[in-house]
Design a protein around this ligand. Structure first.
Ligand SMILES: Cc1cc2nc3c(=O)[nH]c(=O)nc-3n(C[C@H](O)[C@H](O)[C@H](O)COP(=O)(O)OP(=O)(O)OC[C@H]3O[C@@H](n4cnc5c(N)ncnc54)[C@H](O)[C@@H]3O)c2cc1C
Length: 378
């Protein structure tokens, strides 16, 4: 490990760390990125071949400007690397008319003039026959929704960051850090690194680096792949867009179309509330959880009967489900981006810009009022 001091050290090169590396390197800063595993690995929160991206954001309308910027940046990344990262499929956001998935999508859609249409269950039955809506259900259709390929996206961000001078180290476990005058020292499996600033994008492992109690909870979530009944072409867009479907209890499932040349479709519950430790995640898939989702789909997407594979992933949840992005209230050398609460991936390149703004200038032009870190420190 070199002894030189960097402008910025980044702990964690997953979705957000690789985006921050790209943004900081593009601005000409000297940076080092430290990652315990390999590029685009499957042991954190950013694997599984697809992540929904959409604009009529039901979680809160204030996310929309960040999303618009993310769309621009994903497409620019695709252009500069030639990698197919972003696929537009349209999106269906389904539920009873009072469901937050429906009302929140309409609210953001209206507020920001995002193209969207509210459909009744009979219309959906005709145009999206894979979905069996309950008679009272409705859906918001957003044509600009689609998905991002997370592994390709992270690899592309790392490649461009490296091309722009970022020093990226993999299989480098970080055991801790402390302040060093006005800068920071970071302790790794391969020596010590010095930097003026620290960016903490350690995903599910973030609380280990904060040195004090923090209200972030890590949960295990399982993604499942089903082989649809033939013909598979029925499961391609436009008949099968990405979707999020809320039921009467407030539970959501979400899913994707079949990818070109693939014979399976990915579906998952949004949340199963199983707290876990990121270093001891139960990666086995249990027959009870396969049975649960197969049963759940039987009267909603009845042509998905055959379960083919599954994998576990982790969410890092903040108490209110909003992100945690900002300067650490105790250490002004440290910028934190965590607590993405199961919906952060689509924002990664915008988060990279925000983190670069905060780390180097202490402020950003984006509205990040919802994301204040003071919320999670007791
Ligand atoms: C099943 C599932 C489905 C999802 N679906 C969607 C979706 O459809 N749309 C969407 O927008 N979002 C979705 N998300 C959420 C999104 O994927 C996450 O918000 C995002 O990937 C989080 O990125 P991150 O950079 O914080 O974490 P990660 O990508 O996990 O990166 C953190 C990195 O820090 C590294 N690290 C940790 N500790 C150390 C250490 N000691 N030393 C060195 N390196 C370390 C880790 O190895 C890891 O690579 C989903 C998440 C899951 C799990």
């Amino acid at each position: 490990m070199r002894t030189k001091s960097y402008d910025v050290a980044i702990i964690g090169l997953g979705a957000m760390g690789s985006a921050a590396a790209l943004s900081l390197a593009s601005r000409g800063h000297t940076i080092i990125g430290l990652e315990q595993f390999t590029p685009a690995h499957a042991l954190g929160s950013s694997h599984g071949e697809s992540r929904i991206i959409r604009q009529a954001y039901f979680e809160d309308p204030s996310y929309v400007p960040l999303l618009r910027r993310a769309y621009q940046l994903w497409d620019a990344l695709e252009d500069s690397t030639g990698s197919l990262i972003h696929v537009t499929t349209g999106g269906l956001f389904i539920g009873p008319p009072s469901a937050a998935t429906v009302t929140g999508s309409i609210l953001s859609g209206r507020k920001w003039h995002i193209q969207h249409t509210v459909l009744d269950s009979a219309y959906c039955q005709n145009h999206f026959p894979n979905f069996s809506l309950l008679p009272g259900d409705c859906a918001v259709f957003e044509p600009t929704a689609g998905y991002i390929n997370p592994e390709r996206a992270i690899r592309a961000q790392l490649t461009v960051a490296r091309n722009r001078g970022a020093d990226l180290r993999f299989n480098r476990y970080v055991s801790g850090w402390n302040t060093d005058g006005s800068g920071v020292r970071i302790y790794t499996s391969h020596g010590t690194v010095s930097a003026e600033r620290l960016v903490l994008t350690a995903g599910a492992w973030t609380s280990k680096f904060l040195g004090r109690p923090v209200a972030l909870t890590v949960e295990r979530q399982v993604m499942h792949w089903f082989r649809p009944e033939e013909p598979i072409s029925d499961f391609h867009p436009p008949r099968q867009p990405v979707f999020i479907w809320e039921d009467l209890s407030g539970d959501q499932i979400y899913g994707f179309p079949a990818k070109p040349h693939a014979s399976d479709v990915k579906i998952a519950f949004f949340r199963r509330r199983l707290a876990c430790d990121p270093d001891n995640l139960d990666r086995a898939i249990h027959s009870a959880e396969i049975d649960e989702i197969t049963r759940y789909l039987s009267n909603r997407l009845p042509r998905l009967k055959t379960h083919v594979r599954a994998t576990a992933c982790m969410y890092t949840l903040s108490p209110d489900g909003h992100f945690v992005i900002g300067i650490d209230p105790e250490y002004d050398q440290v910028t934190l981006a965590a607590g993405f609460s199961g919906h952060g991936f689509k924002f990664a390149p915008t988060v990279g810009e925000i983190v670069a703004d905060l780390a180097m200038n202490g402020t950003t032009k984006y509205d990040i009022e919802l994301f204040q870190p003071t919320r999670v420190f007791q």
